[in-house]
Every structure is written in C-alpha cells, then in structure tokens.
Design a protein. Structure first.
Length: 176
C-alpha cells in the first residue's frame, strides 16, 4: 500500500484529463489485483502453515478467519487505489468525508459484531468496510471523475474473486 501512495500521488497530479485518470486507475487496479493473487492462491490453502511459520501452533484456530479476511484485503487494495486519486484531483473534502464514514463503519461493525460473534466480527470489520467503500469510491469516480473499468480488469477481478471462492469452498469441505 505505501508503494501505491508513493507512486500514484505524483502521477495523479500530472494528469490533464479524465481519460488519463481512468487509464492510470485501471493500471493500478490491475497491478493491485496481480499482487493479491499470490496472497489468495497460496495463503488460503496453506493458511495453517503460515500461521505456524509466523506465530505458533497455538494460533491455528485463527486460521479459519484468514480466507475471508483475504477477500477483504482484495477489496481494500481496490478501494485504496480509488482513494489515492481524490486529493490530487482536488476532491479533498469528499475524500475526508469518505474516510470519516469508512472509520465510523469500521467502529460500528467492530462494536456490533465482535461482542456477538467474536473473531468473526473482527474478520467482518476487515471485509465490510473495504467492500462498501470500494463501491462508494467506484461510483463516485464513475460519476465525477469519468472512470470506467477496462474489460480486462473486470475479468481479472471476477477471476480473482471466483478463484478465492472456489478455494474457500474446497477448504471448507476438506475440513468437514
């Protein structure tokens, strides 16, 4: 994520037209999607291994939350790319309002769900806010910044989500 903000901010400042903005957003989304593929395609099937590698076997129970958390990370990457286009394009107030709403939703989801369903609530915090604000930023960018997805990005996003879903279903049925 830091590399996106370091690279994208100056690039967004240089752009002259909405068409150039749309092209750069599509390039960044494609790059972000390709960077998420290894996380999902390796992280989901080998989640137990990674928990033991980075923590210990005492934390293996937490591995059941990782697959859906990884899908939330994908939406976070896509939302983050859109958010990087706001301030260089003079949309500072809107971006600020979106961030306040994002963090408010995070707190609400945490407050409501963590008490009721425990760590599943924490996992939902990492899924709901990025998912909702991916769409908020997408529709805002579409309306006010004339953004449109390239067809290959739509296919890539659906492929990533489909692959992750298949891996989650297979993982679920392998455990039962």
């Amino acid at each position: 994520m830091p590399s996106f903000s370091t690279y994208l901010y100056p690039r967004f400042c240089e752009l002259k037209s909405d068409k150039e903005l749309s092209a750069l957003l599509n390039d960044a989304i494609r790059l972000g999607t390709f960077s998420i593929f290894p996380l999902l395609l390796i992280g989901i099937p080998y989640k137990d291994f990674f928990i033991e590698l980075f923590y210990s076997n005492k934390f293996l129970a937490a591995s059941k939350y990782l697959p859906l958390h990884f899908i939330g990370v994908a939406f976070y990457v896509w939302y983050y790319v859109f958010s990087q286009s706001m301030t260089p394009r003079g949309k500072i107030k809107q971006h600020g309002i979106f961030l306040v709403l994002y963090f408010t939703l995070d707190m609400l989801v945490t407050y409501i769900f963590v008490n009721d369903i425990g760590l599943y609530g924490w996992m939902l915090k990492h899924m709901i806010s990025p998912f909702v604000f991916f769409w908020v930023y997408y529709f805002y960018s579409r309306k006010y910044l004339k953004f449109s997805f390239h067809k290959n990005n739509i296919v890539l996003i659906f492929y990533l989500l489909f692959s992750a879903t298949i891996l989650i279903v297979i993982d679920f049925f392998m455990k039962t």
